[in-house]
Design a protein around this ligand. Structure first.
Ligand code: ADP
Ligand code: ASP
Ligand code: MG
Length: 451
């Protein structure tokens, strides 16, 4: 069997869902299980409804609910017309939107929303899209069966970025999904969403449908996991930032994982791990160009010096300076203990004789980090920085590539730079507004297309 995941733009409207059905139909002999995202943009709208409600802006929130309701009904009508399925789906959707409106009202009375409430709201997106897609598939003679993803994806209660419980997921997948496949059915479920062992709805974090697909693929020992999106595959840089980025036909798991962690949104950063464990290849394809070659992510793809450039903005740099303390025994441990205690993960680290610099991309715990780090030395905070990454499995063995990377940044202020001994990623911290120029220049040097 294989797992097919369709992102928001691949199920964004009736035409996109038509294309998705054709792709699934072409793969029926391979026994696909289908994972879908919410209709493109719906998750953002749902979270905005949550925020408005919590601020007491109930009218705005309910307007948001109506806009989403209209969109879903319009697409439903285009897809299902007056079929028997149509009225059933419409009734279910109507009940969901009523429930969403009640939630918005409740939050506006409370004047407060917790991560748990945001998950309850965000989960509507994938529930609605998966029901709609499953019903449309049936109309196209695909023997689809809707599965409530929450019955399969058990997680912890770290709302908004819940940790999947892989054993429970594997068991549920075997009990709920596998028998459907064995009967010749095509299970269709929402990505991104799950629930705790006690039944509370959770989500795996933004972009988490890729992760759901990978978890399902691992649970069912799939032959392949296909991520269908709006670009031809993994490219040498984000095409929205760098013109002339090129398709990477084959890339290694470790490189793809590094790129995803450092800003290549085409893949959720956790997607790779479950597939790697079982050696399941992951493919990325364009649902608008289904005949394209796509990208194949495997263990044994060629080791290149540079495979792609990634970038991520909104980075905060924290520096702890302690001239005498820095290399005293236990100093680094104490620094990192503070990050661990605050639940903050660090992306890039660099040390000098007198200071240690680290980057974080979530400033939520910044205040408490600064207070605690101040007990170890002088702390300074630099906001609005960006990380540019040059990713390649063999980069640290290729001094010419390193030289070209550094040369390309001539004239751009570099705040930090880091490359580990097994380096597959040269990370460079620049000012936030230098992210695009730095990516373009690096791309130009290695892939030579930008004039
Ligand atoms: P989906 O809704 O299908 O999950 P996403 O918007 O999450 O799609 O991811 C696809 C987007 O990722 C592309 O439109 C592209 O702008 C962005 N992206 C960033 N870096 C890369 C890259 N290196 N290769 C391809 N796409 C990238
Ligand atoms: N719909 C969710 C999001 O927009 C999950 C996903 O699309 O992967 O973040
Ligand atoms: Mg995505």
């Amino acid at each position: 069997m294989i797992v097919l995941k369709f992102g928001g733009t691949s199920v964004g409207d009736a035409e996109a869902i038509e294309r998705t059905a054709a792709i699934v139909k072409g793969r029926l002999p391979r026994q696909p299980a289908v994972v879908v995202s919410a209709l493109g943009g719906a998750t953002n709208q749902l979270l905005a409804i949550g925020e408005q409600s919590a601020k007491g802006h109930l009218i705005g929130a309910l307007r948001g609910v109506e806009t989403l309701r209209d969109r879903h009904f319009q697409e439903c009508e285009k897809l299902l017309g007056t079929s028997a399925e149509a009225s059933e789906v419409a009734a279910e959707m109507s009940a969901s939107f009523d429930e969403l409106a009640s939630l918005a009202e409740a939050l506006s009375i409370l004047g407060h929303a917790t991560p748990r409430s945001f998950d309850a709201i965000a989960a509507f997106g994938e529930q609605l899209s998966s029901q709609l897609v499953a019903s449309f598939f049936k109309l196209r003679e695909i023997p689809a069966e809707h599965v409530d993803a929450r019955d399969v994806f058990i997680t912890d209660d770290d709302f908004m970025s819940a940790e999947p419980q892989t054993d429970a997921i594997a068991e549920n997948a075997r009990e709920i999904v596998q028998p459907l496949i064995a009967e010749g059915k095509i299970p269709v479920m929402g990505g991104f969403i799950g629930r705790t062992a006690s039944g509370i709805t959770t989500t795996l974090g933004r972009g988490g449908s890729d992760y759901s697909a990978s978890l399902l693929g691992a649970a069912l020992h799939a032959e392949a996991i296909e991520i269908w999106t709006d670009v031809d595959g993994m490219l040498t840089a984000d095409p929205r930032v760098v013109k002339g980025s090129q398709l990477i036909e084959q890339i290694r798991f470790d490189e793809a994982s590094e790129l995803a962690s450092f800003g290549a949104k085409v893949l959720h950063p956790n997607t790779i791990a479950p597939a790697v464990r079982l050696g399941i290849p992951v493919f990325i394809y364009n649902s608008r160009n289904p005949g394209g070659k796509g990208t194949r992510i495997t263990v044994d793809a060629p080791r290149r010096a540079v495979s792609a450039i990634a970038g991520k903005s909104g980075i905060t740099v924290l520096q702890v300076g302690a001239a005498k303390m820095l290399f005293a025994r236990g100093f680094l441990r104490r620094v990192f203990e503070i990050f661990e205690k605050n639940g903050v993960s660090v992306d890039v680290v660099a040390t000098s004789e007198v200071s240690i610099s680290v980057t974080i991309d979530d400033p939520a715990a910044l205040e408490s980090l600064v207070v605690e780090l101040a007990s170890l030395g002088d702390v300074s905070v630099e906001r609005d920085r960006a990380i540019v990454s040059v990713v390649g499995a063999a980069i640290s063995e290729d001094s010419a590539a390193m030289g070209r990377a550094i040369g390309a940044l001539d004239g751009i202020k570099v705040h930090m730079m880091s490359l580990s001994a097994t380096g597959i990623n040269l990370t460079i911290i620049v000012d936030g507004d230098q992210l695009a120029p730095a990516m373009e220049r690096l791309h130009n040097v290695f892939f030579g297309t930008v004039k």
